[in-house]
Design a protein around this ligand. Structure first.
Ligand code: ADP
Ligand code: MG
Length: 292
């Protein structure tokens, strides 16, 4: 199973859009995918029409109570199918969401005195893996993170193997990247030696503009300059173009593949899914082998 987190402490950069549509693309491609919504804003849940009340099982119960991931999973119904969507089998349990509710915002405070609070999600996932039989194991676990580097994000970083950083190509794009990489590096040293950076996903990309191309080069240079820790990371080849259909799809509770299967957005996320699926990590990075 591959475990991926979409992370950037900035809001509005395309984390949720990427997590949801990548998950949908992978599920459409035949993979078994579980998406976990770690943002109290619950945008990923709402995007897939998983609308939870405070008493419905959610990621909050998994992190603060005895709920298992299996108990909090909701099978995704992507709404009325449109042309081109028929090949997505929604009802065979291949695509599930562990949803969030705004009550998740209280989890950080509630867990403040819990020992090992940054490992809770990793433990829950390990339990889930131990219980799943061959037929019901997940190919992909995809985590949508909140726009902060708090306890929820820390739980994500401890639980996953790969981090993808969605980024909007504007002139302050790199601002904050250092802090983000520092956090990832710290978690890798102290808590999760498996952790690696999958890459940066340029989102809301205006192809043909000089700025977009320049930011892409800047990010590439940024990683190249640090040959030690991030040498293997870079910008994903697939750029997600700005596409209004991607912004409309959430209000219909549908992934882009159901809402607008012929759009640029669907094309880009299908292509990103192929790129990420092909980019299976070969080895654990060198720097990950020593614990601090
Ligand atoms: P984050 O999760 O990082 O806060 P979102 O994925 O919610 O960011 O994206 C922020 C806003 O931009 C949302 O309204 C979303 O629908 C829109 N959006 C995301 N990607 C695109 C895109 N490629 N083209 C147009 N709008 C987009
Ligand atoms: Mg989001």
């Amino acid at each position: 199973m591959r475990k991926l987190a979409f992370l950037n402490q900035k809001g509005g950069v395309g984390k949720t859009t990427s997590a949801v549509n990548l998950a949908a693309a992978l599920a459409a491609g035949g993979h078994r995918v579980c998406l976990i919504d770690l943002d109290p804003q619950a945008h990923a849940s709402l995007h897939l029409n998983v609308v939870l009340g405070p008493d419905d099982p959610s990621i909050y119960d998994v992190l603060t109570g005895d709920m298992t991931l299996a108990g909090a999973r909701h099978e995704v119904t992507l709404g009325p199918l449109r042309d081109g969507c028929d090949d997505i089998q929604h009802h065979d349990g291949r695509f599930c969401v562990v949803g969030a509710h705004i009550n998740l915002a209280a989890a950080e405070v509630e867990l403040v005195s819990v020992v090992g609070r940054e490992m809770i999600l990793a433990d829950r996932i390990a339990e889930d893996v131990a219980q799943a039989d061959e037929e019901h194991s997940w190919d992909y676990l995809i985590l949508d993170c909140p726009p902060s580097l708090g306890l929820l994000t820390l739980n994500a970083l401890v639980a996953v193997d790969e981090v993808y950083i969605p980024m909007q190509p504007h002139f302050l794009a790199l601002h904050g990247l250092g802090k983000l990489l520092e956090t990832i590096q710290l978690v890798r040293k102290r808590l999760n030696p498996q952790l690696r950076l999958g890459g940066v996903i340029l989102s809301m990309y205006d192809a043909g503009t000089r700025l977009a191309a320049e930011v892409s080069e800047d990010v590439q240079r940024y990683f190249a300059a640090d040959a030690g820790d991030w040498a293997s990371a870079g910008v994903c080849e697939t750029k997600i173009r700005r596409n209004i259909r991607l912004a409309e799809a959430p209000s219909f509770g549908q992934s882009i593949f159901c809402y607008a299967p012929d759009s640029n957005g669907a094309e880009d996320y299908a292509s990103l899914a192929m790129e990420i699926d092909a980019a299976r990590p070969a080895t654990v990075p060198r720097a990950a082998t020593h614990a601090a």
